[in-house]
Design a protein around this ligand. Structure first.
Ligand SMILES: Cc1cc2nc3c(=O)[nH]c(=O)nc-3n(C[C@H](O)[C@H](O)[C@H](O)COP(=O)(O)OP(=O)(O)OC[C@H]3O[C@@H](n4cnc5c(N)ncnc54)[C@H](O)[C@@H]3O)c2cc1C
Length: 417
């Protein structure tokens, strides 16, 4: 653990980026007894949060919240406990049953960033992390005993020393640019639009509904205080013509109104302007470059339609922390810890990327898709495995093996008829 004496400009771990991934890894290194500073370039108030996020927290992430002192966010005051219902071209895929608080990985959460972001920053502060907002890391240099970081804040430039630097600076990672860890970019053929509404009745059991309509995905998420978030991931050409704030909102609501399986929007009252993006490619980087680990979006930023980014930010921080549980931050311990993190990341997180990047493409083969979902919907086992895959409880390889078995069973059943 921490063996040296430090002044204010010297820390064990310097985390660059103070959003979810940065705060999460800072909390865990601080729990291990290290002196940790987070550098966040934006000026933050207590309420600051990331607005461009639709905050569906997948089942695999829910048990992880406790590891970061955030278990209370599962309570109804802070989030909505939910399960996914997929309306597919081959039928409906739905998780049966209610909510068992003793089994936190059996449900998802609609946990808004306006709640999560202040909570994780507060958890970091409570844990003794030094959080320096309005402070950007401008350059860094490594020598035999660690790192020198040059930062810029409201008052000018400052120099810090750290034994380990963690890159948690998001998908445009400045650190990746400085250190030479380029992203492999994968196209995303959909645009996204989303907004918050009152006047929409939540479906029974507070289910979050995902409707595959043509090649679009229309989602509705019940939120606390009776609000609903509607999200549309659509072929770019479809939304391009939706012009002007009012025109866009009208077209957006008309779209949901035309979906028989969506909650009724007849009495929907907008609570916010529509947000979104027109292009958001996936970005994949090495999880370790030299002696710098990358966590969260800095390592892997995938199509938001998959709803995995918040969870993977926490998961990657957890994997990195576990890799250093019994190791120091120096010499062979450091190298072995980083190597273990890389391996854990490649085994646990990376396998999800290929399928998600494939789903970002708007392929036109509707018949194949329909057959695929008919096979899934026709088997209880496959339906459950599909839900486990999308909740990131199951690796894609395992789902594919089950799917092939399902196809063969279907084929032999059809042949017998
Ligand atoms: C429209 C949309 C919808 C989404 N929906 C979901 C969803 O439903 N579920 C889900 O799980 N995920 C979703 N995501 C993804 C999720 O928002 C991200 O994956 C998550 O915010 C990543 O967190 P992070 O901490 O890794 O990075 P970020 O949140 O990007 O944080 C990086 C931080 O680093 C700071 N920084 C950058 N450079 C420097 C520097 N040089 N010095 C200091 N600080 C720096 C930035 O200011 C920023 O605060 C969505 C994303 C989008 C765009």
């Amino acid at each position: 653990m921490s063996t040296q004496k430090f002044d204010d400009s010297s820390v064990d771990v310097a985390v660059v980026g103070g959003s979810i991934a940065g705060c999460a890894i800072a909390i865990r290194f601080s729990q291990m007894g290290y002196r940790v500073a987070v550098f966040e370039k934006k000026a933050m108030t207590e309420q600051s949060y990331k607005q461009l996020c639709t905050h569906f927290v997948q089942p695999h992430t829910v048990p992880l919240l406790a590891e970061f002192g955030l278990d209370h966010l599962r309570e109804p005051a802070w989030s909505v406990t939910t399960k996914a219902v997929f309306v597919t071209p081959g039928g409906v895929v739905e998780t049966p049953g209610g909510y068992d608080p003793e089994q936190p990985d059996s449900y998802a959460l609609n946990l808004e960033r306006r709640v999560l972001d202040p909570a994780i920053r507060e958890a970091a502060r409570q844990q003794g992390v030094r959080y320096l907002d309005a402070t950007s890391v401008e350059s860094l240099e490594e020598d035999e005993s660690g790192w020198t970081l040059d930062t810029r804040d409201r008052t000018g430039t400052q120099r810090f020393r750290a034994r380990l630097v963690v890159a948690a600076d998001g998908n445009r990672s400045r650190l990746a640019g400085l250190l030479g860890n380029p992203a492999e970019s994968r196209p995303n053929e959909r645009a996204a639009l989303f907004g918050y509404f009152t006047g929409i009745e939540a479906p029974a059991g507070n289910r979050s509904v995902f409707i595959m309509n043509d090649r679009d995905l229309a989602c509705s998420y019940p939120l606390v205080d009776g609000r609903t978030e509607l999200v549309l991931f659509a072929e770019k050409s479809r939304v391009e013509g939706w012009r002007g704030p009012d025109g866009r909102l009208q077209e957006f609501l008309k779209y949901f109104d035309g979906l028989a399986e969506a909650p009724s929007v007849t009495h929907a009252v907008p609570e916010s302007p529509l947000l979104g993006y027109s292009d958001y490619p996936s970005q994949i980087r090495q999880p370790v470059h030299g002696s710098v680990p990358f966590v969260g979006d800095a390592a892997l930023s995938l199509d938001p339609m998959s709803g995995v980014g918040c969870g993977f930010a926490l998961l990657s921080a957890d994997l990195l922390a576990r890799s250093f549980a019994d190791r120091s931050l120096a010499g062979s311990d450091l190298r072995e810890g980083l190597d273990e993190y890389r391996q854990r990341f490649e085994k646990t997180v990376l396998p999800h990327a290929e399928g998600i990047c494939g789903d970002s493409l708007v392929d036109k083969d509707a018949a194949t898709r329909q057959r695929m979902f008919e096979t899934i919907c026709g088997s209880r086992e496959l339906s459950q495995k599909y839900l486990a895959l999308t909740g990131r409880m199951l690796l894609p390889g395992e789902f594919q093996r089950a799917f092939m078995r399902g196809l063969m069973t279907r084929g032999s059943g059809a042949a017998r008829k």
